[in-house]
Design a protein around this ligand. Structure first.
Ligand SMILES: NC(=O)c1ccc[n+]([C@@H]2O[C@H](COP(=O)([O-])OP(=O)(O)OC[C@H]3O[C@@H](n4cnc5c(N)ncnc54)[C@H](OP(=O)(O)O)[C@@H]3O)[C@@H](O)[C@H]2O)c1
Length: 331
């Protein structure tokens, strides 16, 4: 028996379980040159919501009635491909199927010699790459600057904040609960935090938490929090538009304040960032992150949900902030 999760409908607003469908297929047989894979760890990520819309983007939309996919670590169960042997683990963009075949294209072998396998979906995977390369390529963060991070208790945000501390910056995080605000300071070393759900005036709250202004804003959420951050940017500040989770479930396009005068006056750089544009930098980035982990300068949290059947719910829970760090499903 091979369970498969399909996109049943394109969600309207916040996704619900009704937007997903489970079917059962036969376990496929690997042909010559192929391997049979069994999913072990499945990454659920906010950007998958964008792929559920029928819109042109940097990555193709999911098709209705077809399996969803995300970053998955899978075990090789059978191999007709000389590059892989039974018992190897691979990491790649794979379908939400318990079992699937592959010719190996786009798969990287991983092992647990230096870090747990799951870490390659988080801190040593696209999550870590996003935090590190976003700050390096667009943020160009320098010692002594002030870094503001939103979704700061999440997977990318918690790593971005720690990198800011390693670089000798004042780091302020924005998150959605008091518990998260405590955690980013106690566990991840942020200097201060702002609970955006209780702050009455975000612009004022940011200015109080960042008395010298903001030099780099690592934006994971967009919307009114971005507006408030922009109003606090210093001259030559850099805004990394990494994510806009506050907008992903909106059915109508919102408009915010006109920002042109602010950007011009303060010569602010605001740039969209897609981590996959920097694939050639992944090797050195992963090496640096691993080294900081070994030196106890960098740590991470995971929310691990059990069971293949719970993949859709784990994905939905990202929009409720139910995750602590990287959300992963263990199959
Ligand atoms: N550009 C790229 O290449 C790239 C790569 C990876 C990720 N991303 C983006 O980076 C962001 C973070 O991704 P992640 O994987 O690290 O997820 P995550 O931060 O671990 O999880 C999402 C978090 O977003 C917060 N959130 C949910 N709805 C919100 C809202 N309406 N307003 C403000 N915050 C909200 C929640 O925390 P609270 O409890 O604090 O609300 C939740 O825990 C996402 O926007 C994602 O799309 C971009």
């Amino acid at each position: 028996m091979n369970k498969v999760i399909l996109l049943k409908n394109r969600p309207q607003g916040r996704p619900s379980l009704k937007d997903f469908e489970f079917i059962v297929e036969e376990i496929p047989q690997p042909k010559e040159g192929e391997i049979l894979l069994k999913a072990k760890y499945v990454s659920v990520d906010p950007y998958l919501r964008g792929r559920m819309r029928d819109e042109k983007s940097y990555i193709a939309p999911f098709e209705v009635a077809k399996p969803l996919e995300s970053g998955i670590i899978a075990e090789v169960m059978e191999s007709n491909n000389t590059n892989f042997k039974k018992g190897d683990f691979v990491n790649g963009m794979l379908k939400w199927k318990q079992f699937q075949t592959s010719n190996g294209t786009g798969l990287n072998k991983v092992d647990n010699k230096n870090a747990p396998l799951k870490a390659y979906l988080g801190i040593l995977g696209l999550t870590g790459m996003t935090a590190y390369l976003g700050l390096k390529k667009i943020g160009k963060l320098e010692n002594g600057e002030t870094l503001l991070v939103s979704a700061a208790a999440g997977a990318v945000g918690s790593i971005a904040g720690q990198i800011g501390k390693i670089k000798g910056c004042r780091v302020v995080g924005i998150a959605g609960s008091e518990e998260k605000i405590d955690r980013i300071q106690e566990k991840f070393g942020f200097d201060a935090g702002i609970n955006y759900k209780t702050a009455k005036d975000m612009k004022k709250a940011i200015s109080e938490a960042c008395p010298d202004g903001v030099d780099v804003y690592f934006d994971n959420v967009g919307g009114p929090i971005l507006d408030a951050a922009l109003a606090n940017m210093n001259e030559y500040g850099r805004v990394i538009n990494c994510g806009a989770i506050s907008l992903y479930n909106q059915t109508e396009i919102q408009t915010g304040p006109r920002v042109e005068p602010l950007l011009i006056k303060n010569r602010i750089l605001m740039q969209g960032f897609i981590v996959r544009d920097f694939v050639k930098d992944f090797g050195p980035a992963q090496k640096q992150l691993a080294q900081w982990m070994e030196e106890d300068k960098l740590t991470y949290l995971e929310t691990v949900v059990e069971g293949f059947d719970n993949i859709p719910q784990a994905f939905i829970d990202l929009f409720e902030g139910k995750n602590k760090g990287k959300m992963i499903v263990v199959v």
